[in-house]
Design a protein around this ligand. Structure first.
Ligand code: ATP
Length: 116
């Protein structure tokens, strides 16, 4: 096993996370995630509820990162206007929205019964 190559790969992946964090949507997801985790700490969640919260947070952030990567590739491959470029970007953005909506529903299912 080439440890040097492995360490470099991790470095590139961390740099990818750092780069994605410069995106405005990504910042919104991260701030939302912090707010949800603080609410979770104040409310008191079971281990299983924390698993669900952490899962949906990472799914939304991961989906946003894949969306950003797709946007970059589309911008590179098709800087000019093209219907397929629009389709790729809109479907990728739609995927993030699907994850985000599901996470809101899961969050409400977890928090609302504890608050009311
Ligand atoms: N090359 C393109 N060809 C056709 N439609 C595009 C292209 N780039 C973006 N669009 C579309 O224009 C609309 C506005 O997109 P958006 O505001 O995200 O701009 P963007 O160019 O994708 O932004 P970014 O600066 O993040 O790349 C979306 O429906 C998107 O799919």
């Amino acid at each position: 096993m080439d440890v040097h190559k492995l360490v470099k790969s991790f470095g590139y992946a961390f740099y990818g996370i750092w780069t994605a964090m410069n995106e405005q949507n990504m910042r919104i997801h991260i701030i939302s995630a912090f707010i949800v985790m603080i609410a979770g700490l104040l409310t008191g969640l079971t281990k299983m509820e924390w698993v669900m919260i952490i899962l949906v947070i990472t799914l939304v952030i991961g989906a946003e990162m894949i969306n950003t990567a797709i946007e970059s590739v589309v911008n590179l491959a098709s800087p000019e206007i093209h219907p397929l470029a629009k389709q790729a970007k809109d479907i990728a953005a739609g995927a993030v929205l699907v994850f985000a909506l599901a996470s809101v529903i899961i969050g409400l299912l977890i928090f609302l019964p504890k608050w009311f």
